[in-house]
Design a protein around this ligand. Structure first.
Ligand code: NAP
Length: 323
C-alpha cells in the first residue's frame, strides 16, 4: 500500500497528544518524514518522539524539501488559512485542524481554493468520526418526528489547563475564543444529526477573566428540518451535562457513551475519532472516496453558527446571511 509522506507543522498539544498516537497506529498508511514548529527545540523533541524525521527551521523549507506529499497543520487557528494556501500552491495535500479559520470571511478563502484546486484540503473535525452520533441518528426513527433538541455542556477549564495556557488562546484572533475553538465540535455533531441550521439567536457572556474571550453561550436555533435546538455551553462554570432529543413518540438521551432510546439502553464503545479521521483523509487523497467529512464548506458552516450566534445579541440571525 502506498504511504503518504507527511510533514507535521506545529509541534504542540494536538500534534503530540492527538495526531501522533493516531498516526502511530496507521504506519501502513502514513510516514512522518518532516516536522517544523515555531521553536526549533519543540520540533526536535517532537521528532525524537515520532522516529526522527527531518527537522526544518521553517514551513517554506519543509514545503520545498521534496520529502512530503501532504502537510498536517496543527497550528494556532489564525495560521490555518495562510499555511493551507501556501501548501496548496506548492502542490501538497493538506489536513488541517479545526476550526477552519478565525472567522467566516477568512474561511471562505479556503472554500474558494478547495473548489479550484486538485490538491486535497481536509479540515480535521474528529467529531464527524465519532460513532455514537451516527448511532443516535440511526435510532431517531424510534422517537417519531424529532421536535426539540437540548444540549447543555459545562466544561470548567481552570487557569492551569494546558489549552488555557497556550498564548494564542489567551489572546484569540478567532471569533469567540473557546466558544468557536471547542464549539465547532458540538455544531458538527448537531448538524450530523439534524442537518443544516437556518437561524440562531443567542447571548454570550464572559464569566472568567482568563479564558481570552466570552466563555458562555446560550443559543436557540432551528434546523432545516424544523427541529428547534437549544445549546448552552460554558467553559468556566461546572454543571450537569444534558443531551436530549424529544420526538412526538419518545425521547433519546445521551449520557457519555450510553444512548437511552425511550426505555432501551445502548452502550457504545467509542474513541475520539482521530484515527478514523486520518484513515478517511488517506482514502480521499487516494481518490477512493469524496471529501464529505473533511470538506472546508462543512467546516465553514460549523464556524458560521458561532459568528451568527455572537452577532445576534439575542436577535435572530440567518446563517445564510453569513455564509
Ligand atoms: P498549541 O499547543 O499551542 O500548538 C500550536 C503549535 O504551533 C505550537 O507548537 C507552536 O510552536 C506552533 N506554531 C506557532 N506558530 C507557528 C509558526 N509560525 N510556524 C510553525 N509553527 C508554529 O495548540 P494546540 O492545542 O496543539 O492546537 C493546535 C490546533 O489543533 C488548533 O487548531 C486547535 O483548535 C486544534 N486542536 C484540536 C483538537 C481536537 O480535539 N480536534 C484538540 C486540541 C487542539 P512552538 O511550540 O514550537 O513555539
Amino acid at each position: 500500500m502506498k504511504k503518504i509522506r507527511l510533514g507535521i507543522v506545529g509541534c504542540g498539544i494536538a500534534a503530540r497528544e492527538l495526531h501522533f498516537p493516531a498516526l502511530n497506529e496507521l504506519k501502513d498508511l502514513f510516514e512522518i518524514t518532516a516536522v517544523t514548529s515555531r521553536t526549533r527545540k519543540h520540533a526536535e523533541e517532537f521528532a525524537r518522539l515520532v522516529g526522527n524525521p527531518m527537522v526544518f527551521d521553517s514551513f517554506d523549507e519543509l514545503l520545498d524539501s521534496e520529502l512530503i506529499d501532504a502537510v498536517d497543520l496543527t497550528l494556532p487557528v489564525e495560521l490555518n488559512v495562510p499555511f493551507t494556501e501556501k501548501a496548496v500552491f506548492k502542490k501538497k495535500h493538506v489536513i488541517c485542524e479545526k476550526p477552519i479559520s478565525i472567522n467566516v470571511e477568512n474561511g471562505k478563502r479556503l472554500v474558494d481554493l478547495y473548489k479550484k484546486t486538485s490538491q486535497v484540503i481536509y479540515i480535521a473535525e474528529n467529531w464527524r468520526h465519532i460513532k455514537k452520533f451516527y448511532k443516535i441518528k440511526d435510532q431517531l426513527y424510534k422517537i417519531g418526528k424529532p421536535l426539540f433538541f437540548t444540549w447543555n455542556i459545562w466544561v470548567r477549564l481552570d487557569v492551569n489547563n494546558k489549552y488555557v495556557r497556550t498564548e494564542w488562546r489567551q489572546k484569540p484572533k478567532h471569533i469567540g475564543g473557546f466558544l468557536s475553538d471547542a464549539g465547532v465540535h458540538h455544531v458538527a455533531a448537531m448538524r450530523l444529526l439534524f442537518g443544516d441550521i437556518k437561524w440562531v439567536s443567542a447571548v454570550d457572556r464572559k464569566h472568567s477573566d482568563y479564558l481570552g474571550d466570552s466563555d458562555f453561550l446560550s443559543a436557540l436555533f432551528e434546523f432545516g428540518n424544523n427541529v428547534i435546538g437549544n445549546y448552552v455551553v460554558s467553559y468556566s462554570i461546572n454543571g450537569e451535562e444534558k443531551f436530549e432529543i424529544i420526538g412526538d413518540k419518545g425521547k433519546i438521551k445521551l449520557i457519555e457513551n450510553k444512548i437511552i432510546v425511550n426505555e432501551e439502553v445502548i452502550e457504545i464503545e467509542d474513541g475520539l475519532g482521530y484515527k478514523e479521521e486520518f484513515e478517511d483523509f488517506y482514502k480521499v487523497v487516494m481518490g477512493e472516496k469524496e471529501n464529505n467529512l473533511g470538506s472546508p464548506f462543512e467546516a465553514l458552516k460549523d464556524l458560521a453558527f458561532f459568528e451568527a450566534a455572537l452577532k445576534s445579541k439575542g436577535n435572530k440571525v440567518n446563517i445564510s446571511d453569513i455564509i
